[in-house]
Design a protein around this ligand. Structure first.
Ligand code: G6P
Length: 513
Protein backbone atom coordinates (compact mmCIF):
# COMPACT_ATOMS: atom_id res chain seq x y z
CA UNK A 1 0.00 0.00 0.00
CA UNK A 2 1.14 3.56 -0.70
CA UNK A 3 -0.10 6.26 1.64
CA UNK A 4 0.17 10.06 1.46
CA UNK A 5 -1.05 12.28 4.26
CA UNK A 6 -1.88 11.65 7.88
CA UNK A 7 -4.35 9.43 9.74
CA UNK A 8 -5.25 11.59 12.71
CA UNK A 9 -6.93 8.91 14.85
CA UNK A 10 -4.27 6.25 14.28
CA UNK A 11 -3.35 5.94 17.97
CA UNK A 12 -6.90 4.97 18.85
CA UNK A 13 -7.18 2.59 15.89
CA UNK A 14 -3.86 1.08 16.87
CA UNK A 15 -5.13 0.43 20.37
CA UNK A 16 -8.35 -1.14 19.08
CA UNK A 17 -6.36 -3.35 16.72
CA UNK A 18 -4.02 -4.55 19.42
CA UNK A 19 -7.04 -5.49 21.53
CA UNK A 20 -8.17 -7.87 18.78
CA UNK A 21 -4.72 -9.41 18.48
CA UNK A 22 -3.10 -7.33 15.71
CA UNK A 23 0.57 -6.77 16.57
CA UNK A 24 1.99 -3.77 14.69
CA UNK A 25 5.70 -3.65 13.80
CA UNK A 26 6.08 0.11 13.42
CA UNK A 27 4.86 3.33 14.95
CA UNK A 28 3.47 4.59 11.65
CA UNK A 29 -0.09 5.47 10.80
CA UNK A 30 0.38 3.73 7.44
CA UNK A 31 0.69 0.33 9.06
CA UNK A 32 -2.53 0.90 10.96
CA UNK A 33 -4.46 1.21 7.67
CA UNK A 34 -3.13 -2.09 6.37
CA UNK A 35 -4.00 -3.89 9.60
CA UNK A 36 -7.42 -2.35 9.64
CA UNK A 37 -8.21 -3.65 6.15
CA UNK A 38 -6.70 -7.00 7.13
CA UNK A 39 -8.97 -7.19 10.14
CA UNK A 40 -12.07 -6.86 7.94
CA UNK A 41 -10.67 -9.42 5.48
CA UNK A 42 -10.32 -11.85 8.39
CA UNK A 43 -13.97 -11.28 9.21
CA UNK A 44 -14.86 -12.56 5.73
CA UNK A 45 -15.31 -9.28 3.85
CA UNK A 46 -14.08 -9.08 0.24
CA UNK A 47 -11.10 -6.74 -0.40
CA UNK A 48 -13.48 -4.09 -1.74
CA UNK A 49 -15.82 -4.34 1.26
CA UNK A 50 -12.93 -4.51 3.72
CA UNK A 51 -11.43 -1.31 2.27
CA UNK A 52 -14.83 0.42 2.37
CA UNK A 53 -15.22 -0.55 6.04
CA UNK A 54 -11.71 0.62 6.88
CA UNK A 55 -12.22 3.96 5.10
CA UNK A 56 -15.24 4.64 7.31
CA UNK A 57 -12.99 4.48 10.37
CA UNK A 58 -10.12 6.64 9.10
CA UNK A 59 -9.94 10.31 10.08
CA UNK A 60 -7.54 12.82 8.55
CA UNK A 61 -6.36 13.92 5.11
CA UNK A 62 -4.91 11.14 2.99
CA UNK A 63 -4.62 9.39 -0.36
CA UNK A 64 -4.19 5.62 -0.61
CA UNK A 65 -3.29 3.08 -3.28
CA UNK A 66 -3.76 -0.52 -2.19
CA UNK A 67 -2.98 -3.86 -3.82
CA UNK A 68 -3.86 -7.26 -2.39
CA UNK A 69 -1.69 -10.39 -2.19
CA UNK A 70 -3.13 -13.13 -4.38
CA UNK A 71 -5.16 -10.85 -6.67
CA UNK A 72 -3.14 -9.33 -9.47
CA UNK A 73 -6.18 -7.81 -11.12
CA UNK A 74 -7.19 -5.53 -8.28
CA UNK A 75 -6.01 -2.14 -7.03
CA UNK A 76 -8.01 0.24 -4.84
CA UNK A 77 -7.42 3.97 -4.53
CA UNK A 78 -9.01 6.42 -2.10
CA UNK A 79 -8.66 10.14 -1.48
CA UNK A 80 -9.70 12.40 1.32
CA UNK A 81 -7.99 15.78 1.52
CA UNK A 82 -4.86 14.70 -0.37
CA UNK A 83 -4.98 14.64 -4.18
CA UNK A 84 -5.31 11.42 -6.19
CA UNK A 85 -5.75 10.93 -9.91
CA UNK A 86 -6.55 7.83 -11.89
CA UNK A 87 -4.76 7.23 -15.19
CA UNK A 88 -6.74 5.26 -17.77
CA UNK A 89 -4.45 3.32 -20.11
CA UNK A 90 -4.97 0.51 -22.57
CA UNK A 91 -5.30 -2.68 -20.55
CA UNK A 92 -3.75 -0.90 -17.61
CA UNK A 93 -4.81 1.58 -14.94
CA UNK A 94 -2.63 3.86 -12.83
CA UNK A 95 -2.93 5.83 -9.62
CA UNK A 96 -0.84 8.93 -8.91
CA UNK A 97 -1.09 12.17 -7.01
CA UNK A 98 -1.17 14.35 -10.11
CA UNK A 99 -0.74 14.69 -13.84
CA UNK A 100 3.04 15.02 -13.48
CA UNK A 101 3.34 11.52 -12.08
CA UNK A 102 0.96 10.03 -14.63
CA UNK A 103 1.88 11.95 -17.83
CA UNK A 104 4.66 9.56 -18.89
CA UNK A 105 2.17 6.66 -18.63
CA UNK A 106 -1.11 7.94 -20.08
CA UNK A 107 -2.80 11.15 -21.13
CA UNK A 108 -6.29 10.14 -19.95
CA UNK A 109 -6.79 11.22 -16.38
CA UNK A 110 -9.62 11.28 -13.91
CA UNK A 111 -9.19 13.61 -10.95
CA UNK A 112 -10.95 11.95 -8.05
CA UNK A 113 -13.09 14.24 -5.94
CA UNK A 114 -12.72 14.54 -2.23
CA UNK A 115 -14.02 11.39 -0.52
CA UNK A 116 -13.96 9.31 -3.73
CA UNK A 117 -12.54 5.83 -3.85
CA UNK A 118 -12.00 3.63 -6.85
CA UNK A 119 -11.69 -0.07 -7.62
CA UNK A 120 -9.42 -0.86 -10.56
CA UNK A 121 -8.69 -3.91 -12.67
CA UNK A 122 -6.45 -3.95 -15.75
CA UNK A 123 -9.39 -3.14 -18.03
CA UNK A 124 -11.89 -1.31 -15.93
CA UNK A 125 -12.56 1.04 -13.06
CA UNK A 126 -15.49 1.89 -10.81
CA UNK A 127 -15.62 5.07 -8.74
CA UNK A 128 -17.60 5.52 -5.54
CA UNK A 129 -18.24 8.77 -3.73
CA UNK A 130 -17.89 9.31 0.01
CA UNK A 131 -21.35 7.77 0.60
CA UNK A 132 -20.43 4.61 -1.29
CA UNK A 133 -22.62 5.54 -4.30
CA UNK A 134 -21.22 4.61 -7.69
CA UNK A 135 -20.43 7.85 -9.59
CA UNK A 136 -19.15 8.97 -12.99
CA UNK A 137 -16.19 11.36 -13.13
CA UNK A 138 -14.97 13.13 -16.27
CA UNK A 139 -11.93 11.79 -18.10
CA UNK A 140 -9.60 14.70 -18.99
CA UNK A 141 -6.79 14.72 -21.54
CA UNK A 142 -3.63 16.11 -19.96
CA UNK A 143 -1.54 18.40 -22.11
CA UNK A 144 1.62 17.20 -20.37
CA UNK A 145 3.91 14.86 -22.23
CA UNK A 146 6.47 12.45 -20.86
CA UNK A 147 9.23 14.64 -22.33
CA UNK A 148 8.04 17.69 -20.39
CA UNK A 149 8.75 15.81 -17.18
CA UNK A 150 12.28 14.69 -18.07
CA UNK A 151 15.55 16.47 -17.27
CA UNK A 152 16.48 17.36 -20.86
CA UNK A 153 20.22 16.92 -20.38
CA UNK A 154 20.49 18.88 -17.13
CA UNK A 155 21.99 17.33 -14.02
CA UNK A 156 18.95 18.27 -11.95
CA UNK A 157 15.35 19.24 -12.67
CA UNK A 158 15.94 22.41 -10.66
CA UNK A 159 18.60 23.65 -13.11
CA UNK A 160 16.42 22.72 -16.07
CA UNK A 161 13.55 24.64 -14.51
CA UNK A 162 15.70 27.71 -13.77
CA UNK A 163 16.81 27.74 -17.42
CA UNK A 164 13.24 27.33 -18.67
CA UNK A 165 12.25 30.67 -17.17
CA UNK A 166 12.63 32.84 -20.29
CA UNK A 167 10.33 30.41 -22.09
CA UNK A 168 7.66 29.96 -19.44
CA UNK A 169 7.52 33.63 -18.47
CA UNK A 170 7.00 34.26 -22.19
CA UNK A 171 4.24 31.64 -22.32
CA UNK A 172 2.55 33.24 -19.32
CA UNK A 173 2.79 36.73 -20.82
CA UNK A 174 1.38 35.45 -24.10
CA UNK A 175 -1.75 34.40 -22.28
CA UNK A 176 -2.39 37.86 -20.84
CA UNK A 177 -0.60 40.72 -22.62
CA UNK A 178 -1.01 42.26 -26.04
CA UNK A 179 2.59 43.30 -26.77
CA UNK A 180 1.54 46.02 -29.21
CA UNK A 181 -0.99 47.94 -27.19
CA UNK A 182 0.12 46.93 -23.72
CA UNK A 183 -3.46 45.91 -23.00
CA UNK A 184 -3.72 43.12 -20.49
CA UNK A 185 -6.61 40.71 -20.79
CA UNK A 186 -7.43 38.56 -17.82
CA UNK A 187 -9.91 35.73 -18.36
CA UNK A 188 -13.46 36.82 -17.51
CA UNK A 189 -12.26 39.05 -14.72
CA UNK A 190 -15.50 40.11 -13.17
CA UNK A 191 -16.33 43.51 -11.79
CA UNK A 192 -15.84 42.51 -8.17
CA UNK A 193 -12.08 42.50 -8.52
CA UNK A 194 -12.09 45.94 -10.11
CA UNK A 195 -14.16 47.45 -7.35
CA UNK A 196 -12.82 45.50 -4.41
CA UNK A 197 -12.36 47.64 -1.33
CA UNK A 198 -9.45 45.51 -0.21
CA UNK A 199 -7.47 42.57 -1.50
CA UNK A 200 -6.19 39.78 0.72
CA UNK A 201 -3.36 37.66 -0.66
CA UNK A 202 -2.63 34.31 0.96
CA UNK A 203 -0.14 31.53 0.31
CA UNK A 204 2.63 29.36 1.78
CA UNK A 205 6.38 29.13 1.21
CA UNK A 206 7.76 30.66 -1.94
CA UNK A 207 4.25 31.50 -3.14
CA UNK A 208 3.87 33.69 -0.06
CA UNK A 209 6.84 35.77 -1.20
CA UNK A 210 5.00 36.32 -4.49
CA UNK A 211 2.20 37.82 -2.37
CA UNK A 212 4.68 40.22 -0.75
CA UNK A 213 5.90 41.50 -4.12
CA UNK A 214 2.30 41.83 -5.30
CA UNK A 215 1.38 43.87 -2.22
CA UNK A 216 4.05 46.38 -3.14
CA UNK A 217 2.81 46.59 -6.74
CA UNK A 218 -0.89 46.66 -5.92
CA UNK A 219 -0.52 49.39 -3.31
CA UNK A 220 2.05 51.56 -5.10
CA UNK A 221 0.80 51.22 -8.66
CA UNK A 222 -2.91 50.34 -8.39
CA UNK A 223 -3.44 52.08 -4.99
CA UNK A 224 -5.52 49.20 -3.60
CA UNK A 225 -5.25 48.41 0.12
CA UNK A 226 -3.74 44.92 0.16
CA UNK A 227 -3.19 42.53 3.02
CA UNK A 228 -0.93 39.53 2.79
CA UNK A 229 -0.68 36.57 5.08
CA UNK A 230 0.77 33.11 5.47
CA UNK A 231 -2.06 30.59 5.01
CA UNK A 232 -1.31 28.61 8.18
CA UNK A 233 -1.54 31.82 10.25
CA UNK A 234 -4.46 33.39 8.46
CA UNK A 235 -6.76 30.36 8.64
CA UNK A 236 -6.75 30.19 12.43
CA UNK A 237 -7.00 33.91 13.15
CA UNK A 238 -10.61 34.31 12.14
CA UNK A 239 -9.61 37.54 10.44
CA UNK A 240 -12.14 40.23 9.65
CA UNK A 241 -12.77 40.36 5.95
CA UNK A 242 -14.46 43.31 4.25
CA UNK A 243 -17.79 43.27 2.43
CA UNK A 244 -17.07 43.07 -1.26
CA UNK A 245 -13.53 41.90 -0.60
CA UNK A 246 -11.52 39.71 -2.90
CA UNK A 247 -9.13 37.07 -1.61
CA UNK A 248 -6.36 35.84 -3.88
CA UNK A 249 -4.70 32.47 -3.24
CA UNK A 250 -1.36 31.68 -4.79
CA UNK A 251 -0.15 28.14 -5.15
CA UNK A 252 2.01 26.26 -7.61
CA UNK A 253 0.43 22.90 -6.88
CA UNK A 254 -3.04 24.17 -6.04
CA UNK A 255 -3.19 21.46 -3.39
CA UNK A 256 -1.45 22.99 -0.35
CA UNK A 257 -3.80 22.14 2.46
CA UNK A 258 -3.28 25.29 4.55
CA UNK A 259 -3.91 27.48 1.50
CA UNK A 260 -7.03 25.49 0.63
CA UNK A 261 -8.34 25.78 4.19
CA UNK A 262 -7.69 29.55 4.14
CA UNK A 263 -9.60 29.75 0.84
CA UNK A 264 -12.58 27.99 2.40
CA UNK A 265 -12.52 30.39 5.33
CA UNK A 266 -12.45 33.39 2.98
CA UNK A 267 -15.38 31.96 1.07
CA UNK A 268 -17.33 31.51 4.31
CA UNK A 269 -16.70 35.24 4.90
CA UNK A 270 -18.33 36.16 1.60
CA UNK A 271 -15.13 36.93 -0.30
CA UNK A 272 -14.77 36.44 -4.04
CA UNK A 273 -12.05 33.87 -4.61
CA UNK A 274 -9.30 34.32 -7.18
CA UNK A 275 -6.44 31.86 -7.48
CA UNK A 276 -3.09 31.96 -9.20
CA UNK A 277 -2.16 28.32 -9.76
CA UNK A 278 0.03 26.25 -12.01
CA UNK A 279 -2.23 23.20 -12.03
CA UNK A 280 -5.65 24.15 -13.44
CA UNK A 281 -7.30 20.89 -12.32
CA UNK A 282 -6.16 21.32 -8.70
CA UNK A 283 -8.43 21.65 -5.68
CA UNK A 284 -7.65 25.36 -5.21
CA UNK A 285 -8.45 26.07 -8.87
CA UNK A 286 -11.67 24.09 -8.68
CA UNK A 287 -12.87 26.04 -5.66
CA UNK A 288 -12.11 29.48 -7.12
CA UNK A 289 -14.41 31.97 -8.83
CA UNK A 290 -11.60 33.01 -11.13
CA UNK A 291 -8.41 31.14 -11.98
CA UNK A 292 -5.35 32.95 -13.30
CA UNK A 293 -3.07 30.24 -14.54
CA UNK A 294 0.71 30.34 -14.53
CA UNK A 295 2.08 28.56 -17.59
CA UNK A 296 5.22 27.26 -15.91
CA UNK A 297 4.65 23.66 -17.05
CA UNK A 298 5.34 20.84 -14.60
CA UNK A 299 7.72 21.81 -11.81
CA UNK A 300 9.47 18.72 -10.47
CA UNK A 301 12.26 20.14 -8.28
CA UNK A 302 10.90 20.49 -4.76
CA UNK A 303 12.32 23.99 -4.41
CA UNK A 304 10.07 26.23 -6.47
CA UNK A 305 11.74 28.30 -9.22
CA UNK A 306 9.86 28.87 -12.46
CA UNK A 307 6.50 28.65 -10.69
CA UNK A 308 7.52 31.68 -8.61
CA UNK A 309 8.62 33.88 -11.51
CA UNK A 310 5.48 33.01 -13.47
CA UNK A 311 3.37 33.82 -10.40
CA UNK A 312 5.06 37.23 -10.32
CA UNK A 313 4.36 37.61 -14.04
CA UNK A 314 0.63 36.95 -13.54
CA UNK A 315 0.49 39.27 -10.53
CA UNK A 316 2.22 42.01 -12.53
CA UNK A 317 -0.45 41.60 -15.24
CA UNK A 318 -3.17 41.75 -12.61
CA UNK A 319 -1.62 44.93 -11.20
CA UNK A 320 -1.60 46.60 -14.62
CA UNK A 321 -5.24 45.68 -15.25
CA UNK A 322 -6.39 46.95 -11.89
CA UNK A 323 -4.29 50.10 -12.04
CA UNK A 324 -5.55 51.00 -15.51
CA UNK A 325 -9.18 50.22 -14.75
CA UNK A 326 -9.06 52.19 -11.54
CA UNK A 327 -7.40 55.11 -13.27
CA UNK A 328 -4.14 55.14 -11.31
CA UNK A 329 -2.16 54.74 -14.53
CA UNK A 330 -3.00 55.99 -17.99
CA UNK A 331 -2.72 54.19 -21.31
CA UNK A 332 0.81 55.46 -21.89
CA UNK A 333 2.08 54.30 -18.53
CA UNK A 334 0.35 50.96 -18.98
CA UNK A 335 2.05 50.52 -22.30
CA UNK A 336 5.43 51.45 -20.80
CA UNK A 337 5.06 48.93 -17.95
CA UNK A 338 3.65 46.23 -20.25
CA UNK A 339 6.64 46.80 -22.51
CA UNK A 340 8.98 46.24 -19.58
CA UNK A 341 7.14 42.98 -18.89
CA UNK A 342 7.35 41.84 -22.48
CA UNK A 343 11.12 42.29 -22.32
CA UNK A 344 11.48 40.06 -19.28
CA UNK A 345 12.09 36.79 -21.18
CA UNK A 346 14.99 38.33 -23.14
CA UNK A 347 16.51 39.91 -20.00
CA UNK A 348 16.06 36.61 -18.14
CA UNK A 349 18.04 34.85 -20.86
CA UNK A 350 20.85 37.43 -20.46
CA UNK A 351 20.87 36.92 -16.72
CA UNK A 352 21.25 33.17 -17.17
CA UNK A 353 24.56 33.94 -18.90
CA UNK A 354 25.92 34.92 -15.48
CA UNK A 355 25.68 31.31 -14.40
CA UNK A 356 29.48 30.73 -14.41
CA UNK A 357 30.18 33.85 -12.37
CA UNK A 358 27.56 32.87 -9.82
CA UNK A 359 29.03 29.36 -9.68
CA UNK A 360 32.38 30.90 -8.67
CA UNK A 361 30.74 32.91 -5.91
CA UNK A 362 28.96 29.79 -4.68
CA UNK A 363 32.38 28.40 -3.61
CA UNK A 364 32.52 31.05 -0.96
CA UNK A 365 28.90 30.60 0.16
CA UNK A 366 29.30 26.81 0.38
CA UNK A 367 31.87 27.25 3.17
CA UNK A 368 29.62 29.48 5.30
CA UNK A 369 27.53 28.49 8.27
CA UNK A 370 25.14 31.44 8.05
CA UNK A 371 24.22 33.72 5.17
CA UNK A 372 22.28 36.96 5.30
CA UNK A 373 20.19 38.25 2.37
CA UNK A 374 19.18 41.91 2.21
CA UNK A 375 16.86 43.93 0.00
CA UNK A 376 14.37 46.80 0.09
CA UNK A 377 11.03 47.34 -1.59
CA UNK A 378 10.27 44.55 -4.04
CA UNK A 379 13.81 43.26 -3.51
CA UNK A 380 13.02 42.44 0.11
CA UNK A 381 10.77 39.47 -0.79
CA UNK A 382 13.46 38.39 -3.26
CA UNK A 383 15.99 38.44 -0.40
CA UNK A 384 13.57 36.24 1.57
CA UNK A 385 13.21 33.92 -1.41
CA UNK A 386 16.99 33.75 -1.89
CA UNK A 387 17.44 32.78 1.75
CA UNK A 388 14.67 30.20 1.56
CA UNK A 389 16.15 28.62 -1.59
CA UNK A 390 19.57 28.39 0.05
CA UNK A 391 18.34 26.79 3.24
CA UNK A 392 15.99 24.39 1.44
CA UNK A 393 18.57 22.83 -0.84
CA UNK A 394 22.01 23.47 0.70
CA UNK A 395 20.98 23.18 4.38
CA UNK A 396 22.99 26.33 5.18
CA UNK A 397 21.24 28.62 7.60
CA UNK A 398 20.12 31.75 5.77
CA UNK A 399 17.96 34.71 6.67
CA UNK A 400 16.33 37.31 4.51
CA UNK A 401 16.00 40.76 6.00
CA UNK A 402 14.66 44.12 4.95
CA UNK A 403 17.92 46.04 4.50
CA UNK A 404 16.67 48.97 6.55
CA UNK A 405 15.89 46.66 9.45
CA UNK A 406 19.41 45.24 9.61
CA UNK A 407 20.50 47.85 12.13
CA UNK A 408 17.85 46.53 14.51
CA UNK A 409 19.48 43.18 15.07
CA UNK A 410 21.20 41.24 12.31
CA UNK A 411 24.06 43.72 12.13
CA UNK A 412 25.36 42.06 15.29
CA UNK A 413 26.01 38.90 13.26
CA UNK A 414 28.24 40.54 10.69
CA UNK A 415 31.85 39.38 10.51
CA UNK A 416 34.07 38.04 7.77
CA UNK A 417 32.58 34.54 7.96
CA UNK A 418 29.01 35.60 7.15
CA UNK A 419 28.38 36.27 3.46
CA UNK A 420 25.82 39.01 2.90
CA UNK A 421 23.91 38.72 -0.36
CA UNK A 422 22.39 42.02 -1.44
CA UNK A 423 19.60 42.26 -4.00
CA UNK A 424 19.87 45.80 -5.27
CA UNK A 425 18.66 46.80 -8.73
CA UNK A 426 18.66 50.47 -9.65
CA UNK A 427 15.43 51.88 -8.27
CA UNK A 428 14.44 54.69 -5.94
CA UNK A 429 15.79 52.71 -2.99
CA UNK A 430 19.26 52.00 -4.43
CA UNK A 431 21.07 54.62 -2.38
CA UNK A 432 19.40 53.56 0.84
CA UNK A 433 20.44 49.97 0.22
CA UNK A 434 23.99 51.00 -0.62
CA UNK A 435 24.33 52.78 2.69
CA UNK A 436 23.32 49.52 4.40
CA UNK A 437 25.92 47.66 2.35
CA UNK A 438 28.55 50.14 3.48
CA UNK A 439 27.61 49.44 7.09
CA UNK A 440 28.15 45.73 6.43
CA UNK A 441 31.51 46.30 4.75
CA UNK A 442 32.70 48.61 7.51
CA UNK A 443 32.28 45.64 9.86
CA UNK A 444 34.32 43.28 7.70
CA UNK A 445 31.29 41.55 6.13
CA UNK A 446 31.77 39.89 2.75
CA UNK A 447 29.20 41.32 0.34
CA UNK A 448 27.80 39.62 -2.76
CA UNK A 449 26.17 42.46 -4.63
CA UNK A 450 23.54 41.67 -7.27
CA UNK A 451 22.97 44.94 -9.11
CA UNK A 452 23.42 46.62 -12.48
CA UNK A 453 26.26 48.79 -13.76
CA UNK A 454 24.87 51.91 -12.17
CA UNK A 455 24.47 50.19 -8.80
CA UNK A 456 27.97 48.71 -8.91
CA UNK A 457 29.47 52.10 -9.83
CA UNK A 458 27.60 53.78 -7.01
CA UNK A 459 28.82 51.22 -4.52
CA UNK A 460 32.29 51.64 -6.03
CA UNK A 461 33.86 48.86 -3.99
CA UNK A 462 36.39 46.31 -5.11
CA UNK A 463 35.89 44.32 -1.93
CA UNK A 464 32.35 43.33 -2.85
CA UNK A 465 31.69 40.42 -5.19
CA UNK A 466 29.75 42.32 -7.84
CA UNK A 467 27.42 40.52 -10.24
CA UNK A 468 26.49 43.10 -12.85
CA UNK A 469 23.11 42.32 -14.35
CA UNK A 470 21.38 44.13 -17.23
CA UNK A 471 19.67 47.34 -16.26
CA UNK A 472 15.90 46.84 -16.17
CA UNK A 473 12.77 48.76 -15.32
CA UNK A 474 12.28 48.62 -11.52
CA UNK A 475 8.75 47.28 -12.08
CA UNK A 476 10.09 43.96 -13.37
CA UNK A 477 13.29 43.74 -11.30
CA UNK A 478 11.81 41.32 -8.71
CA UNK A 479 11.05 38.82 -11.48
CA UNK A 480 14.54 39.07 -12.93
CA UNK A 481 16.58 39.34 -9.71
CA UNK A 482 15.07 36.07 -8.56
CA UNK A 483 17.18 34.22 -11.13
CA UNK A 484 20.62 34.98 -9.63
CA UNK A 485 19.50 34.03 -6.12
CA UNK A 486 18.14 30.75 -7.49
CA UNK A 487 21.43 30.03 -9.26
CA UNK A 488 23.45 30.89 -6.16
CA UNK A 489 21.43 28.44 -4.06
CA UNK A 490 21.63 25.79 -6.76
CA UNK A 491 25.42 25.93 -7.22
CA UNK A 492 26.01 26.07 -3.48
CA UNK A 493 23.87 22.96 -3.00
CA UNK A 494 25.67 21.11 -5.80
CA UNK A 495 29.01 21.96 -4.14
CA UNK A 496 27.67 20.61 -0.87
CA UNK A 497 26.54 17.43 -2.60
CA UNK A 498 22.92 17.52 -1.46
CA UNK A 499 20.00 15.96 -3.30
CA UNK A 500 19.03 19.21 -5.03
CA UNK A 501 15.71 18.05 -6.48
CA UNK A 502 14.58 16.22 -3.38
CA UNK A 503 16.00 17.96 -0.32
CA UNK A 504 15.63 16.15 2.96
CA UNK A 505 12.39 16.55 4.96
CA UNK A 506 10.63 18.61 2.27
CA UNK A 507 7.76 17.73 -0.03
CA UNK A 508 6.66 19.24 -3.31
CA UNK A 509 3.02 19.32 -2.47
CA UNK A 510 2.22 19.78 1.20
CA UNK A 511 -1.16 18.19 1.71
CA UNK A 512 -0.83 17.80 5.49
CA UNK A 513 -1.35 20.57 8.01
C1 G6P B 1 6.26 23.38 -0.34
C2 G6P B 1 7.30 23.53 -1.42
C3 G6P B 1 7.60 25.01 -1.63
C4 G6P B 1 6.32 25.76 -1.95
C5 G6P B 1 5.28 25.56 -0.84
C6 G6P B 1 3.93 26.09 -1.25
O1 G6P B 1 6.80 23.72 0.90
O2 G6P B 1 8.49 22.84 -1.07
O3 G6P B 1 8.51 25.16 -2.73
O4 G6P B 1 6.60 27.12 -2.08
O5 G6P B 1 5.10 24.16 -0.60
O6 G6P B 1 3.45 25.32 -2.32
P1 G6P B 1 2.36 25.77 -3.36
O7 G6P B 1 2.19 24.56 -4.25
O8 G6P B 1 1.11 26.07 -2.57
O9 G6P B 1 2.87 26.95 -4.08
Amino acid sequence: MVHNGIIENFQKLRKDLSQVGHELDSETDTEVIVHLIDRFLEEGFSPREATAEALKLLEGAFALAIIFAGDEDLMIGARRGSPLALGVGVNQMFLGSDAIALAPLTKNLIYLEDGDWTVLSHNDYIIFDENGQEVERDVCRTALTGASVEKGGHQYFMLKEIFEQPQVIGDTLHAFVNPNTGAVTLPSLDVDVMQASRLTLIACGTSYYACLVAKFWLERIARIPTEVDIASEFRYREGIMPDGGVAIFISQSGETIDTLAALRYARSQGQKIVSVVNVPESAIARESDLVLQTYAGPEIGVASTKAFTTQLTVLACLTLTLAYNRGTIDKLERRRLAHALVEVPARAAEILNHDERIKEIAQFVAGARDVLYLGRGTSYPIALEGALKLKEISYIHAEGYAAGEMKHGPIALIDKTVPVVVVSPTDFLLEKTISNVQEVMARGGKVIFFSDKRGADKLGSKDAENVILPSVDPFVSPILYTIPVQLLAYHTAVLKGTDVDRPRNLAKSVTVE
